[in-house]
Each structure stands twice: as structure tokens, then as C-alpha cells.
Design a protein around this ligand. Sequence first.
Ligand code: PEP
Ligand code: MN
Length: 632
Amino acid sequence: MVIVLERNIREDHKSRVRSFLETHGFKVREIIGEEETIFGAVGHLTLDLREVEVLPGVARVIPISKPYKLASRELQKHDSVVKVGPVRIGGRRIAVIAGPCAVEGREAILESAHQVRKSGAVMLRGGAYKPRTSPYAFQGLGVEGLRYLKEAGEATGMPIVSEIVSPELLDVMIEYVDLLQVGARNMQNFEMLKAIGNRNVPVMLKRGPCATIEEWLMAAEYLLAHGAENVILCERGIRTFETYTRNSLDISSIPVIKKLSHLPIMVDPSHATGIRAKVLPVALGAVAAGADGLVVEVHPNPDEALSDGPQSLYPDQFERLMRDIQALAPVVEKEVLRLPEKSERVPEFTRAGDADTQGLMIAFQGERGAYSEQALLRYFHHDDVVPLPLPDFRSVFEAVLSGRSRYGVIPLENSLAGSIHENFDLMLQFPDIHIVGEVKIRIIHSLIGTPGATIEGIRRVYSHPQGLAQCARFLDEQTGWERVPFYDTAGSVAFVAEKGDPSIAAIANAEAATVYKMQVLKEGIETNPQNYTRFAVVARLEDAHVDRPNKASIVFDTPDTPGALLSCMAVLAARNLNLKKLESRPILGKPWQYMFYLDIELPADPAPFEQAMKELADKAQELRLLGKYRAG
Ligand code: PEP
Ligand code: MN
């Protein structure tokens, strides 16, 4: 059962509720959510729920109807985020685990690790104990394999995952491995599940080839009930009558699990298909269906792999997969998780001036729940991020410059509405602020009203003029609605919330509805779904250390002579530097004179860009590097 506690429950009342439940044989788990704190109590129901309901400090008691309790969404509404070293799985991230089926040797796993890390994997996989169908097939290197895997993980900064095949191996596995994998064949090895649960180590539970979703969740319940706090599910295909593929990927299990459970779900497209050429489309399908990540078999030379070669990707196929996932991520409103480069500094705490806030403070323009805040949370995966809402873009630059916040997040352009020129101008006015990162999000507008309001009852709608314009088709279908421009999308939600009038609504990001305890009346009302905004992450010059940047933004102005722009562009062309964007802006105070903003793709070798900048400095009247960063 779920016991919802009163918001300001006294500590002694809380302990009393807990000990009451424990003396009645329940295991109690406290879950602190954004909205409320609850106790999840699991055990044989031997008492009348009303006995719990009358205890001081208890707001209400809800029975859990499902046979799995701790795994159930009824117990916990928000998505669980599983922590494995620096990696977080779940929520708005897409995490990709990659590596060979089996650890085949020291050199081989090191080579694999470097390859998959370079393409963007955040964790390294590799079996040391292989459950093979044939006793004559390669059985794995055992503890020697674990040792090599650990070395490869450490060399590349990636946590490692490997399969446990027997409870006797628990000690040795825990010594080496960051995330234990329970393989499909062992999904219902209940003694092993209990033993793993008792040690409370992160675990990924693969779905058994013949297991129903409920059986799978019941297996997860074994882990949770015995104390595991970090459990990930992994769909890897089930046995059906189809024999073309090795298994049949049950793609619908992803949204089903999302509805039934709060646990993250990864997908293994390699074992699901068994065919290399099918891995990429199936992997993209899984991400599109809402998977929290992928587990992919990649081998430096699949034709010589000791196990599962036919389903292992070549390294360049994996690189392609990562790029395609990157392109897909904004569509599903997620961010592909990446590990920070070794020298990339992501400070843990704010500057001295913010000592009272134990977090990384990041400034954005707008009210809480604004799209900029959404972008910021997507970019910084830290749990201790503190968004700092500010009234205008200039304040964001000032907050970063003064050290009040370490980073700022500012929109640069929207795929439909074009550039946000004010921010380009501010970049020029604040020469000590640099671009250090980039994040793109898909803009999905929702109609938001007061709790209990209905679309039929709406008469007036508020939003930023862009928000109103981008939802014109939906608004045109509503007869007699007055459209009222407002300074900010999230601000319009705050305004409607304050008025509490069910005949008015706002257009904003659905998350703004949560912030202001409002109701989403209709989601996805934008006319064009291809609506993306690109944001820059800015920092002070001294904090602008980005390892292996792949994009640069520069600005320059040219003399007022024929061919001046062409001769600047020729400098880039001569060095084979690829231009991603070119835009001109009037120079403030100099009518009819223009600056040029350029985004340039950076090759791995920094020399051509550096030489180009030197040469451009001679040709242009003024030249500034706005930042070198990794494109989002
Ligand atoms: C594996 O991941 O290498 C493996 C054996 O997978 P499964 O348990 O899904 O067959
Ligand atoms: Mn395999």
C-alpha cells in the first residue's frame, strides 16, 4: 500500500507510522517526491487500511492493485533514475551502453572501449561468463576477463557492465563490475535475484525470452523487495513463431513498462534481431518508442568475434547509430547522455557568493517552467543543478559575468522563427562571456488552464506572441477565443494560475503546468511539429575550457569594399572548413553597416581553424571568437 504523509508531518509521527507498519510485518520504503512524501509498505495485508489512515500525520492510504508493488507506478509516480558511477539512466536521458558480446582478451577489450567511447557510449559491456547454448562454444574468460574489462573501463572513464550467471560469483562480480547484468536465461533465477538484491548493487534485468511483462516485473520485484535500489529493465526480444530474426523485439513493452512501472527500460537491439543490418533501424525504433537507452554489441572485427559476431556492429556502424540517435533525441524530448571529457570541467558547486545554495547555479531568462529552463535541465545532467530565473537576457549575461551563476543558457535561434538577435548582440557586448556548449530542444506547446477547466469553457488565451503564432491553426479552429500577447510563455501560465479563472488559458511548455499546479488541457497544439530551438550555454572566459570542440562561432565585420566578404570566406574554404551558418546583423550605432556571424564545423586537427583565424584577423576589421564547443 501507499501511505501519503501530510506535508508537514512531525518526525515523531513519521517514526510512529513506520514502526506501526513494521510491527505488522510490512517492509517500509520512504519515497520523497516533488509533491509529497510517501511510505511504500509491502507485505501480507493483515490489517484494515483504516487503522493506518487514522494515525496522526497520514493524509491518505492507497492500496496497490498490482502484484508487483515496489516496481509499480502506483507506488512512485516519477521516473526512477538509476545511478551507476557518473552515469544516470532514466528521466530525460538516452544512455548508450556498448561493447563486444564477450571479453576476448586485454588488447581486444581496450580497443573496443576506446572505439565505443569515442562514438559516445557511456558504459562498456562485455561478458566474462557466457551462458552459451552449446557447451562447446566459447564460455568466456572468467575473472581474467573481468580484470581486463575493469582496466578498459578505467582507461576510458566508463563504468562497466557484465553478466552474472550464478549466485556464487556475486563477490567476484561486485569486486569488478559497476552494473550487474542478469541475463535473459536467468531472469527467474530467484535465488540469484534475492542474493543480488541483498547486496544492493546496480542491476540490469533482461527480459526472459518467454517471460510476460508481468513475470518480468515480478522478477524485478524480487530484486527490489530484497533491497536493490538501482534496477534497470532491459528488453531484448522474446521467442515467437518468427524465425527470420533471432528473437522478436517486443517494442510495445516499452510504453507498457512506462505505464506500469517507474523503472528505466533499456533495449538490446543486438540480441533482439541477431542480424547486424537490422540493429540500426530497430535501435532507432526503440528510442522513438521511449527507451531510456540501448545496449549494443559492437566489435572491432565482428567477422572474427568469438561470440555473436553476426549481430555485432562494426565500429563505424555504431558511430552512425550514435549520430542518428542524436538527431532523433529532440523529437522525443530527450538528450543523448554523454560523459564529460576528462579535462572538461563541470564544477560541482557555485561560487562563494552562492554558498547558501548547495548546487550548480545556472541562469536563464523567463519564469520557472520556461523552455530555457527545460533546455538547461536537459544539458546539465547534474541532480544538484539550481535554475536561476531572470527577467531578461541581459541579466543572464550579467549573472554569469559577476559569478552569481557559473553558467547561463540563452536561446539563439528557432527553426521556424529564426534568430534571437538580442542574444547575438549581447554576445558582442559581453566579450568576457563565451559559448561553451549547445543544446537543442523540440518546442511542444500545450494549452494550459486552471484545474477543472475545460477547452469548451475557454474564452481567452495568453502567451508570448511566438507561442500564439506557432499555434495559429489550433486557435483558428476555436471560435471566439481572444488571443492576448504576453511577455513570456511560462509567465502566462503563472498569470492564469494567479487569476484562477477557468475561462482563460495559456500556451506554454507542459512542464510549466506542473510548476504552477495547473492542468494541461491539450498537448502538442503547435501547427508545425518541426519546431526546434537551439540554445547556447555560456560561461566566463576563464571557465570556457572545452575538450575536443567540434564547432566554433565567430563574428567579424569587413571593410566596405567589393569582394570583402568573399575574401574572408575564401580563407575558410581554402582550409576545407565547413560553414554551418552565416548571418548578418546591423552594427549598433553604424546604420547600414553589418557584422557577420558564422558557425563553423571544427575538424579534429585544431591547426586549420587557428590559421584561418589568424588570416581572418588581417582581412576583417574586427574579429571575435564567440566560443569553441561541442555541438548538441
Ligand atoms: C548478452 O548480453 O551477451 C546476452 C547473453 O544477452 P541475453 O541474456 O539477452 O541473451
Ligand atoms: Mn551476446
